[in-house]
Design a binder for this molecule. Structure first.
Ligand code: ATP
Length: 888
């Protein structure tokens, strides 16, 4: 027996020696320049099966040999049963403690299957849907392995695990995740991030400390290996390839090949991805040896209980913009959202559009420097922004049905784009309530990865896809592939996955759209044209000033006013100012502007009907009541209610025909007067920051940001002046007066008789502006969507939405209301804010204070963000009007 043992040892040793001399695979093959490592070579002279050509990616034979190939289907239920809790996975107690600190009750499906397999030391190919916890699926066994070996007597400090990621953002996130998991063993396992932006020399000290784990992109890791600031040949135990399919499509193939030359012969490799494609197959051949394939039987996207998917058909490009604006302004989409667009230019366009309506968003795209991108992600995750407008990474931009184009490293640099950019892939944006595909994604993978930014782990989420007629084919292909093109496991039947088929539309030809009888509905015409003009202003730019910030916002930026430049296009409206300009803009360089006033004047000019102005925006699409009178039971927050007092009997309203104190030129007329100096608007009084115009130089002066409480009477905005002065009537032009006499005006609150409704004469439209052929019902088809989003029972929305241009005066029948209350009530909703007592003067609700001071002119509700306007007060730019908002 002993002889046999000795003989065996001798034979093995000889084989090893021979293997070493001949350079056979695991027996000591070395990687000379130009030769790929670990080229599969025959043991004892057996010829390689191929025809002699080296594979593009050489295989990597390693020991110990893996047990039989195991598909998730077979292993899944067993594993899941065994690992009902993390405690059953056999992880280090320090890791379990970290997991429990993170609040993770149980492993996800991929974790339950992958962790035990990885702990056994096997190579692993893991695929699971987005947001399913893949980072911990490889991170926990990685840390466990390092901790086990870090016991007393273990090898000297060295880099023992390498995690390769395709992008810098993802690298930063992986480092963060690993550090969180290693929170209770940070002294034993240090994680270094070498993805980032600094030059090699700056990272050398980090690597000289020999952290146990290094996270980097293949290009950066290779650079360090070649510079000998990182040595892995003798110490590496574990190699992880995260978002594996992207590693090759990002052009890292050559880097990976070269990098493998610097690795030892034996190490464990884990390859992780949410989607599999030929690139993953190539990588599998390259780095995995007889791997266990873990692929939990679950749909590619969370089920409909967790993820609501909606497709909204839009007829025009403008519909997309305006629908989005309404969704966000009315908080129909609650929480934070990622907005994906198809092109870089659209990224800025949408961001600037939203800013015009007071919705702060930041842009994220491959043109931004890596540092800025990481910063944006960090800021978003800290809650500083609610909306990110992002583009896909380039590799995903190939149309459906065509293989994604590979990025060539360096090639994109010349265009200022970073080839290592990925937002839709792998980034764990925190608490994303919704993903909006503003443009239909190019591929099904892109759809999955975009939508995968929400409904992560066990959180709920919503995905909205806006689709134009010309995008429907592409969407249909995506739906087909989601529905089952990828095998039964992904089909709706297989995993309860519902493809996005809840299709609603904003089409004016939606069922229920009604003809607006010509000339019989004075309410429609001015409104439609106003909103139409507002949309045109923002979407197409032109003779307008930059955005006026919303109530509650301080003056944004240090840029000073841009007054006097009313005729110049605002940079904020420039359709596509990417790069540094946009960065500056994002950084807050907007000045207050007097031009906004002039923009408002121009606005009003346009609203009064420019012949030939194209129609087709959402103006005039009305909800519920269409062109009818508003319902009689609209709640009417009277000034008394605002003050928290019981309502008083209604006073007789000022008579229509009462002479105005001074004749006042209409805004368009004023704008044409020589030496006209626009006054700060009501909006400026509310939140400051709106510029005025220097009468001498004609140049803009930065807004002072005076809150309404502190504004002096002379500087008081329109709504404030109404507190101390009788209302100023704008004298109607002759033709307007004629039209006004002919048409009964509608009032708000509606219970008041017509013609007695407050202080502002709403000019009826000039005759030529009438005659809008159709008055479709806005959002008619969106009832189910709204109901689902607001978690209210389905009902016909009874609100009419408008997004207002700057410096627009509220007609008497309009009122701005707050966003809807979350389900189950909200302590800080607008209505309860209105009802809060004013006694101590510290009411959280500004409208109460403002209303009290201004005798009911209205104001902003700070806690809930709602805005209330009473008849005659000025509408801040970008506010959404909800007239007849029953129950909202
Ligand atoms: N067992 C768990 N229980 C609860 N939450 C978890 C669990 N594991 C991970 N998470 C959380 O789920 C989120 C998504 O995790 P992770 O980023 O690892 O997903 P992913 O599968 O890598 O997604 P992607 O494919 O987009 O990269 C993270 O916020 C993470 O904290």
């Amino acid at each position: 027996m002993r002889c046999l043992l000795v003989a065996g040892l001798l034979f093995g040793g000889t084989l090893g020696l021979i293997g070493g001399l001949l350079g056979w695979g695991r027996f000591g093959g070395s990687c000379s320049a130009g030769e790929a490592p670990n080229t599969p070579k025959p043991l004892l002279g057996i010829a390689p099966p191929s025809g002699g050509g080296r594979p593009l990616f050489p295989q990597h034979p390693r020991v110990p040999p893996s047990p039989p190939h195991r598909q998730g289907a077979a292993a899944g239920p067993f594993r899941a049963e065994m690992a009902a809790a993390f405690e059953h996975l056999g992880l280090d107690p320090r890791l379990l403690r970290a997991v429990s600190e993170l609040g993770w009750a149980a492993p996800t499906a991929i974790q339950a299957e992958a962790i035990p397999a990885a702990l056994e030391g096997r190579d692993l190919l893991a695929r699971a849907r987005t947001g399913s916890g893949k980072t911990a699926a490889y991170g926990l066994p990685l840390l466990h392995r390092l901790l086990r070996a870090a016991a007393p007597g273990a090898a000297a400090q060295a880099v023992r695990a390498l995690v390769l990621v395709p992008s810098k953002e993802l690298g930063q996130q992986v480092v963060l995740s690993l550090r969180r998991l290693a929170a209770f063993c940070a002294r034993h396992v240090r994680v270094a991030d070498i993805c980032a932006h600094t030059d090699l020399a700056a990272q050398k000290p980090v690597l000289m400390e020999r952290p146990e784990v290094v996270v980097g992109t293949p290009g950066r890791v290779l650079a360090h290996l070649e510079a000998r600031s990182l040595v892995l040949r003798h110490s590496l135990e574990l190699l992880v390839l995260d978002e594996a399919d992207l590693l090759l499509s990002f052009g890292f193939g050559d880097d990976l090949k070269a990098l493998l030359c610097h690795l030892p012969k034996i190490y464990q490799a884990l390859l992780v991805s949410a989607t599999f494609n030929p690139d993953v197959e190539a990588l599998k051949e390259l780095v995995l040896h007889n791997p266990v394939i873990v692929q939990p039987q679950e749909p590619r996207l969370p089920g409909s209980a967790q993820l609501q998917q909606w497709v909204v058909r839009c007829d025009t490009e403008e519909d997309k913009f305006l629908l989005l604006c309404a969704l966000l302004k009315l908080a129909l989409l609650r929480g934070r959202a990622l907005l994906f667009v198809g092109a870089l230019a659209r990224c800025y366009r949408l961001k600037l559009f939203l800013e015009q309506f007071g919705i702060a968003a930041c842009a994220l795209n491959s043109e931004l420097p890596a540092r800025s991108r990481c910063h944006v992600i960090t800021q978003f995750n800290r809650g500083l922004y609610d909306y990110i407008v992002a583009t896909d990474e380039e590799a995903l931009e190939a149309p459906v049905g065509q293989p994604p184009q590979k990025k060539r490293k360096g090639a994109a640099d010349s265009k200022g784009k970073d080839p290592e950019y990925s937002v839709a892939r792998g980034i764990d944006f925190q608490n994303v309530a919704a993903v909006i595909n503003f443009d239909v994604p190019p591929t099904v993978e892109s759809y999955i990865h975009r939508v995968g930014r929400t409904a992560r782990a066990d959180n709920p989420g919503t995905a909205l896809t806006f689709v134009l007629p010309e995008e429907r084919d592409r969407l249909a292909q995506i739906e087909d592939r989601l529905a089952g093109g990828q095998g039964g496991a992904l089909s709706p039947r297989g995993g309860g996955h519902r493809v996005p088929r809840d299709i609603v539309g904003v089409s004016p030809r939606a069922p229920g759209a009604r003809e607006c009888p010509q000339g019989t509905s004075p309410c429609c015409v001015p409104r439609e044209r106003r909103v139409h003009a507002a949309a045109l202003q923002v979407l197409h730019g032109g003779d307008r000033g930059p955005a006026v910030p919303l109530p509650g916002e301080r003056g944004r930026g240090r840029g000073g006013g841009r007054g006097g430049g009313g005729g110049a296009p605002s940079p904020a409206l420039t359709p596509s100012p990417p790069g540094r300009h946009a960065l500056r803009h994002q950084a807050g360089g907007e000045g207050g502007s007097a031009a906004g006033d002039q923009g408002g004047a121009a606005q009003l000019r346009e609203t009064q009907g420019t012949p030939g102005t194209p129609r087709g925006l959402w103006g005039g699409r009305r909800v519920g009541t269409g062109c009818q009178e508003p319902p009689p039971d609209i709640p009417s927050p009277s000034p008394d209610v605002l003050r928290g007092q019981p309502p008083r009997p209604a006073r007789p309203a000022p008579r229509q025909a009462a002479a105005p104190r001074h004749r006042q030129a209409s805004p368009p007329q004023r704008a044409r007067l020589p030496g006209y100096v626009p006054r700060p608007t009501a909006a400026s009084g509310w939140r400051g920051g709106v510029g005025t115009q220097d009468p001498k130089t004609g140049r803009g002066v930065q807004g002072q940001g005076v809150p309404p409480e502190s504004a002096s009477p002379s500087d008081a905005p329109l709504h404030a002046r109404s507190a101390t002065q009788p209302p100023q009537h704008r004298q109607a032009q002759p033709e307007e007066a004629q039209a006004a006499a002919a048409v009964p005006r509608r009032c708000w609150p509606p219970r008041r008789p017509h013609g007695e409704c407050g202080t502002v004469v709403t000019p009826p439209p000039p005759p030529r502006a009438r005659g809008v052929p159709t008055c479709p019902l806005l959002f008619q088809g969106l009832t189910p969507l709204f109901s689902a989003l607001t978690d209210t029972p389905q009902r016909q929305p009874t609100a009419e939405l408008q997004v207002h241009p700057p410096a627009h005066q509220a007609p008497c029948h309009e009122v701005l209301l707050s966003p809807p209350c979350p389900p189950g009530g909200c302590a800080r909703d607008h209505r309860s804010c209105l009802a809060a007592p004013l006694a101590d003067g510290v009411s959280p609700c500004r409208p109460l204070r403002a209303a009290a001071r201004n005798k009911g002119a209205g104001g902003l509700c700070q806690p809930c963000g709602g805005v209330l306007l009473l008849p005659g007060s000025a509408v801040p730019a970008g506010c959404v009007t909800v007239a007849g908002a029953q129950g909202w």
